[in-house]
Design a protein around this ligand. Structure first.
Ligand code: PXL
Length: 270
């Protein structure tokens, strides 16, 4: 099954994240990806400084031509948006450009390790919490769950805490909740909450934490999902892919994960 999907996130000129990660991954998995770039940054915000060209003012113009050309998308993958005004524009996009049954996957992508990324504030978090009511699937990490729900952030936790996290999150969306980067019993993976039940997909916890791995996870997850793979299978594939990227990235490469080699290995196999 081939469908055209839309991914809405920033374009960071340098740094392996958002569109520079999503596009090659989606394409390699055979998913036709259209893009709605929300901003152009010189580099991602984990570097010392960055320029930021806000593309919000261009979006209505883009929509005008999309309407004229009658474009529709079979799915949406949202990542780092950048400005809270983009949440309304995202909703307008779902309302105007969805094919019947189009699935909306939202990675809130505003924080990690108990902190917001640079440039974000409480108003952004609140706007994201409002937007996720439209999602079929959300992919927050624990930091994002805590900011959106008010749950206290913890470095170490148990299954009860994860149960509380999904219960709190479920107040804001009827979609499937997949908490990423959950660390339990010395393993790492996802807590999938759907139909009132929680299921874990856990595997080896590697010592390194790298920037942009959430974006790699989201892109591979969405690609698998839109190729017809189930929730747990898509999580397992995306988790394995991220783990391979971490193994391939040496410690001096501090700003992202080297996904290119992993992707090349997969393409060679096919
Ligand atoms: O990986 C998330 C991300 C995406 N885009 C930009 C970022 C970040 C995380 O910091 O700064 C611009």
């Amino acid at each position: 099954m081939s469908k055209r999907i839309l991914t809405m996130q920033d374009l960071s000129c340098v740094g392996q994240c958002s569109l520079t990660v999503a596009l090659p991954l989606l394409s390699a998995y055979g998913v036709e990806a259209a893009v709605l770039p929300t901003a152009v940054l010189s580099n991602h915000t984990m570097f010392k400084g960055w320029s930021y060209l806000d593309l919000t003012p261009e979006i209505q113009n883009i929509y005008k031509f999309w309407r004229e050309n009658n474009f529709k998308f079979g799915g949406f993958l949202l990542g780092y948006l950048g400005k809270k005004e983009l949440m309304d524009l995202a909703e307008e996009c779902f309302d105007n450009f969805s094919e019947e049954g189009a699935e909306i996957i939202i990675d809130p992508a505003f924080g990690d390790n108990g902190k917001l990324y640079g440039g974000f504030d409480g108003a952004y978090v609140e706007a994201m919490r409002h937007l996720i009511r439209r999602a079929d699937i959300i992919l927050p990490n624990m930091t994002e769950v805590c900011f959106m729900t008010g749950l206290e952030y913890r470095e170490k936790y148990d299954r009860d805490y994860v149960d509380r996290a999904v219960a709190e999150m479920a107040k804001y969306t009827r979609g499937t909740i997949i908490i990423t980067g959950v660390e339990l019993d010395g393993l790492i993976g996802e807590a999938i909450y759907t139909g009132g039940k929680i299921q874990y997909v856990l595997s080896e916890l590697l010592p390194a934490r790298l920037h942009g791995t959430g974006d790699i996870f989201a892109a591979v997850f969405a690609a698998e999902r839109w190729s017809g793979v189930g929730l747990a299978g898509s999580c397992a594939s995306a988790g394995d892919f991220v783990a391979d990227c971490i193994r391939r990235t040496d410690g001096s490469h501090f700003y992202g994960a080297c996904f290119e080699e992993v992707l090349r290995g997969k393409i060679k196999k096919v």
